[in-house]
Ligand binder design. Structure first.
Ligand code: KIV
Length: 272
C-alpha cells in the first residue's frame, strides 16, 4: 500500500494505548485558525456539537445538523496537521440503528477525513459502537452528562452525586469499553465515581468536569479562553480573550470615529 502523506497524525489506537500513561490533552475546535494554534499542544481536537451553542447561538446542541458538523470538521482538518481530529455525531444522526449510525459516520469520515467520531450514550449505544468499530470507524464514547439528552436529564447537572446512581454509570463505561470504543468522555461526573470508572476500564477516560482522576482532559476552547459569556463552575479560564476582542474593537471604533484610522502607514500610496 502506498503512503500518500508525509504528515503523521496521532491516531485513535494511539490515544487508546495511552491508558494510564501521560495525561491526554484535548480541546474542542471549530475553525481552522484556532485548530492550527491548538494543534501544537493537544493530542486530539474534538469538533464538538457544542459548536451549535458556541458558534451558532442555539440554546442547546439539539438543532445541529450533520452538514454543519462536516463543514466545521473540514475546517479543523485544514488547520490541524498532527493531532487526531474527532467529529461529534449530532442528535438524530445515529440513535435509530447501527445502520443509520454507520451511514452517517462514514459520510463524516469520507467528507472530513477525520480520524474518529464521537457519540453520546452508554449501554444503549453498545451495539452501535461495536457495529461501527468492527467496520473501520473508531468511536469515542461519551457518558455521564450527555447534552443531547438534556430534555430527559432535565438540566445540565452533575451525574453520580448519589451513590445510588453509580452502578448505572459504571455499567455504561464498561459496556462502551467492551463494545470497542477507544476512549470515553466522562462529562460532569462526581470525582469518586470518575476515579472508580477510570481504574475499572481498559480505555482512557477523558474528563470534562470529572476531576483530575481521568486519563485526560477536554474543555470547550472558547470557555477556557475566556470568550464564552457564561461557563460551568468547573471551567478554569486560562485567558481573557473576550475582553481582548472587545478592547481591540473599541479602539478601532474610536479611531474610525476620530478619523485617525487608517493612519498613513495603513494606507496604500499611488505607487502600491
Ligand atoms: O460537544 C462538545 O463540545 C463535547 C465536549 C463537551 C466533550 O461533547
Amino acid at each position: 500500500m502506498s503512503v500518500q502523506s508525509p504528515i503523521k497524525r496521532i491516531t485513535a489506537p494511539e490515544i487508546g494505548a495511552r491508558k494510564g500513561g501521560a495525561p491526554i490533552v484535548s480541546l474542542t475546535a471549530y475553525h481552522a485558525h484556532t485548530a492550527a494554534i491548538a494543534d501544537k499542544y493537544v493530542d486530539f481536537l474534538l469538533v464538538g456539537d457544542s459548536l451549535g451553542m458556541v458558534m451558532h447561538g442555539f440554546e442547546s446542541t439539539l438543532p445541529v445538523p450533520l452538514e454543519l458538523m462536516i463543514m466545521h470538521g473540514r475546517a479543523v482538518m485544514r488547520g490541524a496537521k498532527r493531532s487526531l481530529v474527532v467529529v461529534d455525531m449530532p442528535f438524530g444522526s445515529y440513535e435509530e440503528s447501527p445502520a443509520q449510525a454507520f451511514h452517517n459516520a462514514a459520510k463524516v469520515i469520507k467528507e472530513t477525513q477525520c480520524g474518529a467520531i464521537k457519540l453520546e450514550g452508554g449501554r444503549r449505544m453498545g451495539e452501535t459502537i461495536r457495529f461501527l468499530s468492527e467496520r473501520g470507524i473508531p468511536v469515542m464514547a461519551h457518558i455521564g452528562l450527555t447534552p443531547q439528552s438534556i430534555n430527559i436529564l432535565g438540566g445540565y447537572k452533575t451525574q453520580g452525586r448519589e451513590r445510588a446512581q453509580w452502578a448505572a454509570i459504571e455499567e455504561d463505561a464498561l459496556v462502551v469499553a467492551e463494545a470497542g470504543a477507544f476512549a470515553v468522555v466522562l462529562e460532569a461526573i462526581a470525582e469518586p465515581l470518575a476515579a472508580k470508572i477510570t481504574a475499572g476500564i481498559p480505555i482512557p477516560t477523558i474528563g470534562i468536569g470529572a476531576s483530575a482522576a481521568c486519563d485526560g482532559q477536554i474543555l470547550v476552547m472558547e470557555d477556557m479562553l475566556g470568550l464564552s459569556p457564561q461557563v460551568a463552575k468547573f471551567v478554569k479560564e486560562f485567558g481573557e480573550v473576550g475582553k481582548a476582542i472587545e478592547g481591540a474593537i473599541r479602539s478601532y471604533a474610536d479611531e474610525v470615529r476620530a478619523r485617525s484610522f487608517p493612519a498613513p502607514q495603513n494606507t496604500y500610496t499611488a505607487k502600491d
